[in-house]
Write a new protein. Structure first.
Length: 113
């Protein structure tokens, strides 16, 4: 095996691992969006559940197609899909958890008691 094919093999493996991690992130965002009630999205002042399901579902489909079709290579659509899933997980998910907890009275300054 010469150096050129070894570099190609290693880069393919790295892209495949990154693609699998991206697909797992998109799957996590989609599954988390499925399990929340639609009223929580409105209570958290985020878009509707249908909007986030469509966005994370399309992101999941793009991630699966890019992994299956191109061997984990990233295109502009793949980066947009990871960005959409990351926005959901970093912004919407914590707001839904906050809205879902309601007015929990047993919370002190350092957590629940």
């Amino acid at each position: 095996m010469d150096g050129k094919s070894l570099i190609g093999l290693v880069s393919y493996g790295v892209y495949m691992i990154v693609g699998l991690v991206a697909l797992a992130l998109e799957l996590w965002a989609f599954a988390d969006c499925l399990r929340h009630r639609p009223t929580l999205f409105v209570a958290a002042s985020k878009r509707t559940k249908t909007f986030w399901l469509a966005l994370t579902g399309v992101a999941l489909a793009i991630g699966a197609l890019s992994l299956w079709g191109a061997g984990g290579s990233f295109s502009l659509f793949g980066i947009a899909a990871v960005t959409a899933a990351s926005v959901y997980l970093a912004d919407v998910r914590p707001a839904l958890k906050e809205a879902g907890s309601g007015g929990n009275r047993n919370v002190g300054p350092y957590g629940p008691w």
